[in-house]
Ligand binder design. Structure first.
Ligand code: PFF
Length: 498
């Protein structure tokens, strides 16, 4: 059966930008900048973005486009021992989307309730008490939170109808889901320029607290964010690239995706910090204190700030609508590696069915996060999967591309088909910078987590977190080094390494 293809190179770039630009840009990036020294965070972030994440994006696109298969098969075709890396990537993307969709479900609930701005008096109590109905501890599941569960079902139905025909339907949806949130962000930007205190917010965003750069945690956070925001390491971009023609440009698409993603993150930072400046002005708190609020930013601090504005309902609705449209094209890109991997081993099956089963399975896993203890589980799985699994997969891909297959061979392939060229610096980035930095990140993170239990959760709960790392990695090792007949492919590797 022939593989589906994007209808054009522009549609591919839109889909890649849609995947990259997600909740991470508007919710995660600004709170990290606020927490880790404002302007001082931007420096490690930019360095990691250009020297690490973008070269890895080029690598993923090269592998997917060259091999024309889903993640597991593509990596196996480059070297049989690396199929396991693909398996870890696929399961990790699946684990992420199971909770990413739950965050979108919260956005949906806020959107439908936004006109009345019911959180105005007590946004924190509203989020934790009314929306999440959070239990006292992770040990108390407390049953399902039905509104979230129903919202989650709606989100998954929407995701399914975006991806059910693969690149064909995705290509149509991204024509809307990429520009719409950018336009809404533009509207919010203009609005924010008329808020008193906006400039104080910008000052905090852009003024570096130099001492912050001495903290290794800043560098780890910056590097991890650069990876996540570009959707590299979970084979998402690899899967998308496998639906391109083998001789289409790679370098220009990579840079355009990276530049669009970076520009939207930085732009979102201006909007968010302007609103935080306004919040600080109207409540008499410093911008630093408001900005350092962490993950509660999108659901506690921002709703509060929006509620203080004239036309609060309208702007709240716009904000949550923007988060939803930002999230949906990232969410469906996160489920695509699973669909592609299953189709590789069962090519006779209908892709619409596989997509349906994948969405249903992710929905079922996600129901855990719709219990009253859901936020605790979400926090743990997010922490472990997006650090360890992402680092391990990126490391595996860098070693495979840089050393086993050969960075120079890949660079020649990429340059032969691309409008823009990549220099030899790329070989160094893949062979040396990426592996060295990734090993340092891994060691730093491991030593922190082994010394202090993450967020003080009980050992059994953290065991689940470790399980989300160890089980996929164990399965990956078994796939790479165990019996592999099931995954054997008709093409020989020599045919691909010419
Ligand atoms: N790049 C998207 C974002 O930053 O929201 C989607 C995403 C990819 C999120 C991979 C998380 C992740 F681990």
């Amino acid at each position: 059966m022939s593989r589906q293809q994007w209808s054009s190179q522009t549609v591919f770039i839109l889909a890649a930008v849609g995947s990259a630009v997600g909740l991470g840009n508007v919710w995660r990036f600004p709170y990290l900048a606020g927490r880790y020294g404002g302007g001082a965070f931007l420096i490690p972030y930019l360095l990691a973005f250009v020297l690490l994440a973008t070269p890895m994006l080029i690598l993923e696109l090269a592998i997917g486009q060259r091999m024309q298969r889903g993640p597991i098969q593509s990596l196996r075709r480059m070297h049989p021992a690396f199929g396991g890396v693909g398996l870890v990537a696929v399961t990790s993307a699946f684990l992420v989307v199971a909770y990413y969709a739950v965050v979108m479900a919260w956005c949906l609930l806020y959107l439908v309730r936004s006109l009345g701005v019911p959180w105005a008096d007590d946004p924190e109590g509203y989020f934790f008490g009314q929306v999440l109905q959070i239990s006292d501890s992770i040990g108390q599941l407390g049953g399902f939170n039905w509104p979230i569960l129903i919202a989650l079902a709606v989100i998954w139905l929407s995701i399914y109808f975006c991806i059910w025909q693969g690149p064909k339907s995705v290509g149509k949806v991204v024509l809307y889901t990429v520009p719409i949130p950018v336009v809404v962000l533009g509207v919010l930007f203009v609005r924010s320029l008329f808020l008193p205190g906006f400039f104080d917010g910008w000052r905090v965003y852009l003024t570096p607290v130099w001492s912050a750069m001495l903290d290794p945690a800043v560098w780890t956070a910056a590097a991890a964010q650069a990876f996540l925001t570009l959707s590299v390491a979970f084979a998402i971009m690899l899967t998308y690239a496998s639906y391109k023609q083998p001789d289409e440009d790679i370098v220009k698409s990579s840079w355009l995706t990276a530049i669009a993603d970076l520009a939207i993150s930085l732009f979102a930072g201006f909007v968010v910090f302007a609103v935080l400046g306004y919040m600080a002005w109207s409540t008499g708190v410093t911008v630093q204190d408001v900005a350092a609020s962490g993950p509660g930013l999108a659901f506690v601090v921002f709703p509060k700030a929006l509620s203080l504005m004239p036309l609060a309902g309208l702007f709240s609705a716009l904000f949550f609508f923007m988060l939803l449209t930002l999230g949906i094209d990232s969410a469906f890109s996160l489920i695509e590696p699973t669909v592609a991997a299953v189709l590789d081993i069962q090519p006779g099956r209908k892709s619409t069915h596989i997509a349906g089963w994948a969405c249903l399975a992710a929905f079922l896993v996600g129901t855990l996060y719709t219990t009253k203890a859901g936020l605790y589980f979400l926090d743990i799985v997010d922490h472990f999967v997006t650090t360890y699994n992402a680092i391990l997969v990126a490391l595996g891909m860098a070693l495979l591309g840089g050393w086993v297959f050969g960075a120079e061979a890949l660079r020649r392939y990429v340059n032969d088909i691309s409008d823009w060229q990549i220099g030899r610096w790329w070989n160094g980035a893949i062979k040396w910078v990426a592996p060295v930095v990734l090993v340092i990140l891994l060691a730093t993170q491991l030593s922190t987590d082994l010394r202090t239990p993450y967020e003080g959760y009980p050992a059994w709960a953290l065991a689940i977190g470790w399980g989300t790392v160890i089980l996929p990695v164990g399965a990956g090792i078994a796939l790479s080094f165990g019996p592999k007949a099931k995954f054997d492919d008709e093409s020989t590797d020599s045919e691909l390494t010419d």
